[in-house]
Design a protein around this ligand. Sequence first.
Ligand code: SAM
Length: 209
Amino acid sequence: MLSDNEILEESRESFELQIEDNEILDFQKIFANDNPVRIEIGSGRGEFLIKTAMNQPEINFIGVDLKEKRVKTLYRKLYAEKIGNVRIAKIFINEENINFLPQNSIDRIYLQHPDPWPKKRHYHRRIIQHSFIDIMHKLLAKDGIVDIATDHEDYAMWIVEHFNTRIDFSSIYKKGFTREAEAGHVETYFEKKKREEGFEPYFMKYRSK
Ligand SMILES: C[S@@+](CC[C@H](N)C(=O)[O-])C[C@H]1O[C@@H](n2cnc3c(N)ncnc32)[C@H](O)[C@@H]1O
């Protein structure tokens, strides 16, 4: 029987996506197929990534998180479930640090409960900024989707207001958001925790034009 460390090393070998400086990923090489590729930024404990990938084996998924502990949890869970269509990168995503994705190549970008940075002086740290939306637009393939959930009302309105002024994205939802989870919605660890505290999520989906 493999030890915990051996399992970690074996799962790292199978699922780790190592990204060299200035590298642009070759998805055909990584996944050995031409299936669409989706990325989740901030996968956390991986509930969303893993269930979504298991439900859609015809799609390739890249999960990223900046924390080593979270990434190790993801390797272990993927290994236990024997999932072939996911790779994990430990990386801090920002405007300078996302160029490893080829332009016009991504089918969907998921942000499930991104850090809301509630204090005004920290708003500049929110991942949703016009400059980041510009980058997402470049990375998405035609009709690609940005799929966001947040329980934080102020951040939800920030996101809606940002996308409202864009001519390169259209909202799937009339008001810019919905409070109704779609059929088959996968609840994340964070979403469950926040619901228990009385904070219901806002769901937003924007299609790239
Ligand atoms: C609030 S938690 C949400 C986790 C998970 N999506 C959920 O809903 O349970 C935010 C996660 O995003 C990760 N994260 C925050 N900023 C990030 C960034 N710029 N790049 C990559 N990961 C990030 C954090 O380490 C954390 O795991």
